[in-house]
Design a protein around this ligand. Structure first.
Ligand SMILES: [Zn+2]
Length: 258
């Protein structure tokens, strides 16, 4: 089954996390980054679903905290990065690996995208990307265990995916990210249009995801570290900031204080 036949919905967790639920209409499913078990158990019970697979992007508690409880209830196979800090991984995933979710008839390719954490991975299949805390809509994760150069490489890898790719990230940070993006690029017309759409969605309490990768390339400052206006803004903070890695470092530090 092509990945675009997957039904993907968000299960809210904590204040602003999304746990993504993947279904095909059969009685089984997968979840991505279950930081909490309670909300997942509730949805699976409501829908009468068995949990076959758990996909993990990185070790942070708000992404893996629910795994142990889910495994007490379901015999799911856990896919995750090569990192001792995640105790339940059955299948370690490395760059270029293809993971086959047989029960859902879908295959994901693994992309290593370090910087937020050193072992962070993303899962891609046929127009669908689970980007964890590496790429957010209009933002990116903090560089807890990596450098601006790491994040530049990681985001370049994601930016090379097809423009129609739908990006499923792990947090509803879009509106706050948008305020920062507008500070970086106040004259970006595509960004202004997105800001209006995002404000409308949030005013109605609606989710802003998934984002289209092509739209992110036109509006997300962390995917635009070689764009003239973004580099020029970075150079107002650090006149030495060149396009790419140096601009990435400057705008991330600015965002951390924003
Ligand atoms: Zn994280």
């Amino acid at each position: 089954m092509p990945a675009d036949k997957l039904n993907i919905t968000a299960i809210g967790a904590f204040d602003d996390n999304y746990i993504w639920l993947l279904e095909t209409g059969e009685e089984t499913c997968a979840v991505v980054d279950p930081g909490e078990a309670g909300p997942v158990l509730e949805v699976l019970e409501q829908k009468g679903l068995n949990l076959s697979y758990i996909l993990l992007t990185h070790h942070h508690y708000d992404h893996v905290g629910g795994v142990a409880t889910l495994l007490e209830r379901y015999g799911a196979t856990v896919f995750g990065p090569d990192d001792d800090r995640i105790p339940f991984v059955d299948r370690v995933c490395r760059e270029g690996d293809e993971i086959v979710l047989t029960d859902l008839d879908v295959t994901f390719k693994v992309l290593e995208v370090p910087a937020h954490t050193r072992s962070h991975i993303a899962f891609y299949s046929d127009g669908i990307l689970f980007s964890g805390d590496t790429l957010f809509s209009l933002g990116c994760g903090r560089f807890f265990e990596g450098t601006p150069a790491d994040m530049q490489l990681s985001l370049d890898k994601l930016a090379a995916l097809p423009a129609e790719t739908r990006v499923y990230c792990a947090h509803e940070y879009t509106q706050a990210n948008c305020r920062f993006a507008l500070a970086v690029e106040p004259e970006n017309q595509a960004l202004k249009a997105r800001a209006r759409e995002i404000d409308d969605l949030r005013a109605q309490g609606k989710i802003t995801l998934p984002a289209r990768l092509g739209d992110e390339l036109a509006t997300n400052p962390f995917l635009r570290t070689r764009a003239d206006d973004v580099v020029a803004m970075a150079q107002k903070i650090d006149p030495e900031a060149s396009p790419g890695v140096a601009t990435m470092g400057v705008i991330r530090s600015w965002k951390d204080r924003f």
